[in-house]
Design a protein around this ligand. Structure first.
Ligand code: UT7
Length: 331
């Protein structure tokens, strides 16, 4: 039988501090009512300790994966760190995680596909496993969004939060694991969702900082239109081409950008709300963190053989869907 890449352990980490809608009401002109009805978010977590980057959360999530699977760091072959908020623009975060955790036999790199990063990372990691050359691939996926958000801009500061998840991929020859993936990209998106300065096109300067161009800028309504159409479309397509009916799908694992986008995707797939993983109310949009943190929260409810459909849409634009058979026996 062919080798599939299966998820064999899940970890997660969220900072302790909870930034509630009530506190945001004191910071910008917004209301709990607006945030709840437009997005579904009640609170988000913020990493407040100075000098701590996304790696500090990634290391904790990765350690939980190793502990749950009962393996040592030297057994990991590859680390892919999916993030838009690396510790530093140069010196990849994966290398730091590798050396901090003593993964002496691993190589690693960062992957940037915005909110779809986990899907791109899972697909990339799966190729290493399916090739037969690598046995243990760690996908760490999350963001410290608070480091790139302008807390005086009400259109973005109410949406995003910090958090990180991690999964281990291993070979499976029983037909479980990743079954099919659809990934898409379209550069039309960069005018609607970007950080304009700080890269090679507009290097950071006094002027770019004064203009706030090092913060996330989003034209929400435009992004919403693309997201709602494309996330639903790829999710329906991956069901069709794998002959999955809505009864066959045990869970939708959707990117958590907006409860209304999630509801539209579930509706298009014919799924009732009990089959939809949600954490946006508690964590907001953690960008690369949303999907693995959903798995982390719902892990106890998953059964070996369950059909999961992951779907995401994000900056770039990037979007996609993955069909995966769950491979872990609930304890
Ligand atoms: O994860 C990556 C991909 N990102 C997404 O998928 C996000 C997609 N977009 C969205 O989820 C939604 O567009 C938002 C949640 C970002 C915004 O919701 P919306 O329903 O599209 O609102 P809007 O931008 O059309 O704004 C409606 C009104 C505006 O006021 P006027 O012009 O009608 O007077 C905004 O100024 O709401 C105002 N507004 C706010 N009011 C209170 C915008 N932000 C806020 C706020 N509190 N925080």
């Amino acid at each position: 039988m062919a080798i599939n890449a299966a998820i064999t352990a899940v970890g997660g980490y969220l900072p302790e501090y909870r930034l509630t809608n009530a506190v945001l009401e004191t910071m910008v002109d917004t209301s709990d009512e607006w945030i709840t009805t437009r997005t579904g978010i009640k609170e988000r977590r913020i990493l407040r300790e100075k000098g701590k980057g996304v790696s500090s959360m990634g290391i904790k999530a990765a350690q939980e994966v190793l502990d749950k699977r009962g393996i040592g760091p030297e057994e990991i072959d590859v680390v892919i760190f999916c993030t838009v908020t690396p510790d530093m623009p140069v010196a990849n975060t994966a290398s730091y995680v590798i050396s901090e955790m003593g993964m002496n036999n691993a190589f690693g790199f960062d992957l940037q596909a915005a909110c779809s990063g986990f899907l791109f990372g899972l697909t990339t990691g799966s190729q290493y496993i399916e090739s037969g050359r690598f046995k243990k691939v760690l996908i760490v996926s999350g963001d410290k969004m608070s480091s790139i958000i302008d807390y005086s801009d009400r259109t973005t500061c109410v949406i995003f939060g910090d958090g990180c998840g991690a999964v281990l991929l291993e070979p499976n020859e029983e037909g479980l694991g990743v079954q099919d993936t659809i990934l898409r990209s379209d550069g039309v998106g960069r005018q609607y969702l970007n950080i304009k300065a700080g890269g090679s096109q507009y290097p950071p300067s006094k002027e770019t900082v004064e203009l706030g161009q090092h913060f996330v800028h989003q034209e929400g309504q435009q992004v919403f239109k693309f997201a709602v159409t494309n996330m639903a479309e790829v999710s329906a397509r991956i069901m069709e081409r794998n002959n999955l009916s809505s009864d066959d799908v045990a869970w939708l694992v959707p990117h958590q950008a907006n409860k209304r986008i999630i509801d539209a995707t579930a509706k298009r797939m014919g799924l009732s709300s009990e089959k939809v993983m949600l954490n946006i109310d508690r964590y907001g949009n953690t960008t690369n963190g949303t999907l693995p943190l959903c798995l982390w929260d719902y892990e106890k409810q998953l059964k070996k053989g369950d059909n999961l459909v992951f779907a995401a849409f994000g900056g770039g634009f990037t979007w996609g869907a993955i069909y995966l058979k769950w491979a872990i026996d609930a304890k």
